[in-house]
Ligand binder design. Structure first.
Ligand code: SDX
Length: 428
């Protein structure tokens, strides 16, 4: 392939370098486009054709259904690894050796507490508050209680901010859940591993001894690994652009949480369960919902289906679908919505509308079924997504800062009024 791309504008030719990634992805480097005498920009709503950065963290191939973190396949990580070492690999580049992992875990445990005054902020929320709004607020509030984590420039300062939020975030997640449930706000248990501690934070009841359920631990570990990063998705791009103004890590993560909340993004896992429940209430009438999803006059979409990048099966959905069967069987739980989900999947995969648009189940289609089997409330599903995505957001923010990326500031094409004179109100 040529190293140069030529664009002709009004008879004049402009040349731009072509760059190729380590997986042979190709881009036209248009950094010099507007500065050239053409003065033109490109326009790409939703950035469907636009790369925002070069990154060494996650590679995904939407046609082949491939997803790798730092070159390790998610299939290997989900089967052989655990969430903490996956988080380390995403953030620092390689799977850790024993010493590195022990230090990482110890530094995180040293941060696994939250200032009691944060509870006063939580007290201000009604129980009905959506836990994603609570989590975004408490994450931003952490800045006030950890000022050293805000204005970080050195790798050491960044490392301290990173282990601080990895230590405190699971506590905020558990407080968001326990606030809704009217349960006492608990702290973790340093004798436990990272995911074991998360499970205890979520499920420990005040009136009985906590008994660890390894089925839940294994399923949770796998789900967190599968959600850990996904290159430049909406919430990660948000974290990067907020961080590019040199707002701190916690402020950038808080913005990412808000972006993830949307039902077109991470909020889809909650919307999937609400959709499946509605279909169940409707007597399992999947055909009615398929018709709604295809009706352009109807805003309804088949939640958990379709993806900006995957035009094949989302590899995470494949793994989670198998895990859903296993977890429900192991827990001795039967959930009628799982059968409805499988029926819907079968119908969609043989429906011309979906086949033509390459709409397959994505990561959100089956994950909520497992979270529900674990006893997690539906409006906490996206919080669980955020818990998994935290290391990815951190890794992307750190890469952006270490590569000294410029502040994100897209251009636009103005389509409003041309200049006009001010008119006094008496004459309007
Ligand atoms: C996540 O980006 C990431 O990596 C995200 C994520 C991550 O890990 O960070 O993978 C997590 O967000 C997964 C996606 C969760 N969202 C949902 O499940 C919501 C339902 N899906 C859609 O809203 C949609 O598929 C998106 C938002 C996921 C992708 O939308 P795109 O890429 O902008 O595609 P589009 O809206 O342009 O759709 C193309 C066509 C349209 O029809 P036509 O105009 O061509 O006739 O497909 C149709 C759409 O109407 N379509 C759907 C559909 N998704 C797309 N029709 C019915 N149901 C759907 N779910």
């Amino acid at each position: 392939m040529s190293e140069i791309a030529t664009i002709e504008i009004e008879g004049k030719k402009y040349e731009f370098p072509i760059i190729k990634g380590t997986e042979n992805e190709v881009a036209i480097d248009i950094k010099a486009l507007r500065g050239s005498s053409s003065g033109v920009i490109t326009l790409d709503p939703g950035f469907k054709n636009t790369g925002s950065c070069e990154s060494a963290i996650t590679y995904l191939d939407g046609e082949q259904g491939i997803l790798r973190y730092r070159g390790y396949s998610i299939e290997d990580l989900a089967e052989k690894g655990d969430f903490l070492e996956t988080a380390y690999a995403l953030i620092f580049g390689n799977l850790p050796n024993k010493e590195e992992l022990e230090k990482f875990e110890s530094d995180i445990k040293a941060q696994s507490h939250v200032d009691e005054d944060v509870k006063k902020i939580l007290d201000g929320f009604p129980k009905s508050a959506h836990p994603m709004g609570v989590l975004a607020s408490l994450t931003s509030a952490l800045i006030a209680f950890n000022p050293d984590s805000e204005d970080v420039d050195s790798e050491d300062e960044m490392y301290n901010a990173i282990v601080t939020i990895l230590g405190k975030f699971p506590i905020l997640v558990s407080w968001a859940l326990r606030k809704k449930q009217g349960l006492p706000l608990d702290y973790g248990d340093d004798s436990l591993g990272y995911v074991e501690n998360i499970a205890k934070l979520l499920f420990k009841k005040p009136n009985s001894d906590y008994k660890q359920n390894d089925i839940i631990i294994n399923a949770l570990d796998k789900l967190l690994i599968l959600h850990a990063d996904h290159e430049q998705n909406c919430s990660t791009s948000t974290v990067r652009i907020v961080g590019s103004s040199h707002a701190g890590l916690f402020a950038s993560i808080s913005a990412g949480i808000s972006a993830l909340w949307g039902p077109l993004h991470g909020g889809a896992n909650q919307a999937v369960l609400e959709m499946l429940e509605a279909i169940k209430e409707d007597g399992g009438d999947t055909k009615k919902y398929m018709a709604k999803a295809k009706d352009k006059q109807d805003p309804f979409r088949l939640m958990g289906f379709g993806h900006r990048v995957y035009k094949n099966f989302d590899p995470r959905a494949k793994i989670i679908k198998v895990a859903a069967d296993e977890v429900l069987a192991d827990l001795g739980v039967t959930d009628p919505v799982l059968d409805i989900a499988k029926g819907l999947e079968q119908e969609a995969l043989s429906d011309d509308y979906f086949v033509k648009r390459k709409l397959y189940p994505n990561v959100d289609f089956y994950s909520g079924i497992i979270y529900r089997a674990m006893g997690i409330p539906t409006d906490m599903f996206t919080v669980m997504f955020a818990l998994g995505r935290l290391p990815g957001w951190i890794a992307q923010w750190r890469e952006m800062r270490l590569r000294k990326e410029p502040i994100g500031r897209p251009r636009q094409i103005y389509i409003g009024e041309n200049h006009r004179s001010f008119v006094d109100i008496e004459n309007r």
